[in-house]
Design a protein around this ligand. Structure first.
Ligand SMILES: [Zn+2]
Length: 300
């Protein structure tokens, strides 16, 4: 019998649960809104959804926040106020009676993208998530690299300006402070935008309808992203980098300025080798990645 895995992507506004084959094809899915539900209610709903699925091997859970992978525990989440020190693995494995693996959502996205976008052909692989915040996942020699405390891959908190903007993490000059939603707002105000126009989606709509200033906002976004990616390429020498998250939908607006700047900032052989692309699996990537992360862990 072919193996199946369940993937759960817990977000600030909604949670997606999928049942996937061992190569990541979605066989069933269910999404629900988080509204003001407590963690207890959310895990009840998740286990109800999962109990409707046919037999499967294990469950993977991805969640935005600081996760202790070894303990299967969420330490803290920026998107879910009040969710602190939650033993997700223990709660769900007791309800479902299967093995459960829990990791940061960006790590799950990287595993998903490694299987789906990279088709397992690229052993050194990075995924950068572009949204309200900036996240990342690192795969080295076909394995997810978590670092010593599970904190690796925090691409958004690389310093790109030693005395730059204050970041939500408390540091100054982080990449996230330049290209996360608040960073994009700063760039936009430099080019004369204000008020309701300043959302990544609105700016993209303006840019696509020919607004030159809005195009410049995304060019500058690409430039800052490249400062971060150029450094990552020099450190990791990856085969492939994929970009995911809502803002990656505007890849057409920033890819030129990004590529031009990466070329200047990375070593020639590494630049020539790396493939950079937007993921082809936007909506399901986190949930599929969570399922495949569980598979990766069980098979190691
Ligand atoms: Zn930061």
């Amino acid at each position: 019998m072919s193996e199946k895995y369940v993937g759960v992507d817990i977000g600030g506004t909604k949670t997606l649960v999928v049942l996937v084959s061992e190569c990541g094809a979605v066989a069933a899915e269910k999404e629900f809104l988080m509204k003001d539900r407590s963690a207890g209610e959310v895990f009840d709903t998740i286990s109800n959804v999962i109990s409707g699925f046919e037999d499967f091997n294990a469950v993977g859970v991805g969640i935005a926040g600081d996760v202790d992978f070894r303990l299967g525990k969420l330490r803290v989440s920026p998107n879910l106020p009040g969710w602190k020190n939650i033993s997700i693995r223990k709660i769900l494995s007791e309800k479902i009676g299967k093995r459960v693996a829990v990791d940061n959502d960006a790590n799950c996205a990287a595993v998903g993208s490694y299987y789906l976008d990279g088709k397992k052909k690229y052993s050194n692989f990075l995924t950068v998530t572009l949204g309200t915040g900036i996240g990342g996942g690192i795969i080295i020699d076909n394995k997810l690299y978590r670092g010593s405390t599970g904190s690796a891959g925090e691409v958004g908190h690389i310093t790109i300006n030693h005395s730059g903007h204050l970041c939500a993490c408390g540091n100054y000059g982080c990449l996230e402070a330049y290209i996360g939603t608040s960073g994009i707002r700063n760039i936009a105000s430099e080019f004369g935008f204000s008020g309701n126009e300043i959302t990544p989606a609105c700016l993209a709509a303006h840019a696509r309808s020919g607004n030159k200033e809005a195009r410049k906002v995304y060019e500058k976004f690409g430039y800052y992203l490249a400062v971060g990616l150029g450094g990552l390429i020099n450190v990791f020498n990856p085969d492939m980098i994929t970009l995911s998250g809502g803002v990656s939908n505007n890849y057409d607006l920033f890819s030129l300025s990004m590529t031009r700047e990466i070329k200047k900032r990375s070593f020639a052989a590494a630049f020539k080798h790396v493939r950079i692309k937007k993921t082809d699996y936007a909506r399901h990537l986190g949930a599929i990645g969570a399922a495949l992360m569980a598979r990766m862990e069980l098979n190691q």
